[in-house]
Design a protein around this ligand. Sequence first.
Ligand SMILES: Nc1ncnc2c1ncn2[C@@H]1O[C@H](COP(=O)(O)OP(=O)(O)OP(=O)(O)O)[C@@H](O)[C@H]1O
Ligand SMILES: [Mg+2]
Length: 251
Amino acid sequence: MAVILELKDVTKAYDAYKVVDGFNFRVEEGELRCLLGPNGAGKTTTIDLITGRQKATSGTIIFNGRDITGKREDKIAKQGVGRKFQVPAVFRDLTVRENLQVAFSNNTDPFANMIRFGRRDGRERLNQVVEIVGLQERLGEQGGNLSHGETQWLEIGMVLTQNPKLLLMDEPTAGMTEQETQKTSEIFNRLKGEQTLVVVEHDMAFVREIADVITLMHLGKTLAEGPMEEVENDPKVREVYLGSEGITDAA
Ligand SMILES: Nc1ncnc2c1ncn2[C@@H]1O[C@H](COP(=O)(O)OP(=O)(O)OP(=O)(O)O)[C@@H](O)[C@H]1O
Ligand SMILES: [Mg+2]
């Protein structure tokens, strides 16, 4: 399998404080990687560095064979890095279908979208995405009327319409009910193998459902990496989560 993302010795420093500290990270095409770690470990900052929202102090970020270190956020997005934010960005007054259409075309002019969606390729991708995120029954509903879980699924769908080569998600199950979390794990398992994903999560039950390989970050560095069982039994990891039952307890 080809490596699609590689961070080499990446550091993000605020004065003398290194939030991300010589971090090395490799993700293969089609992989679903979970990025874990205690609060303040540097997970969100790492996502920000990959997407260009923040600039690395030093180090190199290679995406899809290209050096994207220090590139602008919109340029990196155009190269195929998609991101789902924690705060929902759906249009409340547009229907689920219209939200997906807008995301697909990146064009807020509804007339332009109508023309685009007359085309077969667009319609097919839209149907495919709707099916993956399970919103078939909700296409005519306004964004503002969706439940928290549905809003998150719509957002995942909106990013997917853009066919990102790599999709980054920061705590996708935050605020979800157990049932919604379960459905979200089904969506992720469905995407596995087709979509390269990096998922930051605190919900261990969810991580257990979806993860292949997990990377555990601590103080801006990799503390442990490997399959779930291996990482949670690592003495170094147990030490970081001392006083709790292990990473299962950390939230
Ligand atoms: N602009 C900034 N200036 C100084 N320190 C910052 C800045 N932004 C973030 N930090 C610090 O960087 C550290 C890492 O933050 P980050 O948000 O990446 O952690 P995280 O792993 O995502 O944590 P959480 O699990 O709580 O979301 C934190 O200690 C935070 O206080
Ligand atoms: Mg965070």
